[in-house]
Design a protein around this ligand. Sequence first.
Ligand code: NI
Ligand code: MN
Length: 231
Amino acid sequence: MNKLIFLGHATFEIVMEDGTRLVVDPFLTSNPQATVGPDHFHDRLDYMLLTHGHFDHVEDAWSLLEKTGATLISSVEICNYAGTVLGHEPTHGMSIGGSHDFPFGRVKMTVAPHGGRLDAEGGEGYTCTPGGFLLHLGETRLYIAGDTALTLDMQLLENQVDIAVLPIGDNFTMGPEDAARAAEMIKPRTVIPCHYNSWPVIEQDPEHFRGLVEPRSDVLVMAPGEAHEFQ
Ligand code: NI
Ligand code: MN
């Protein structure tokens, strides 16, 4: 079985059956929810996926790339930053709407209306288009929405997703009501809420969210450190 592990806020670890290890939006050092630090990945990290450049998604990205030599998969702009300013390789730049087959599975970048600043030293001029990821991993289609508003583009994902990871914190992203409407459009089997309760401004009750979504889709509320197995 493959594993999806929630590390708090919007950070996820994915471990494939063959041992391939990925991280999405590594924010651990200052993450009030995190139960592990960046050293969690020091023994092995194969791929890093970044949805966008905000601090609460990239805080540990640059040091982890250097430490682990992982392949960075993100927008062309963020990959250019990592290559040009940090001298990091390998990187694989993508743009919204594009897909690519990697050894671990297929990655498509999806639309995410949000802010494009890159929070990184020397990152000025690398303003990026924020995105999300639709991943085909094994038999499972996993949608990681990223920081996003509710958008009609999500209708294009109808019946394309098995597990949807949606932000519910409000203020910076969709709140519970909009995330529930997103789930209604996408019709995934399972919805995992994220990007809430890290700070007072994004406090939400995930059980309220569950009430808005179930029984159309199952809501899986993950505690930081918790793993969910998928095929
Ligand atoms: Ni953001
Ligand atoms: Mn964020």
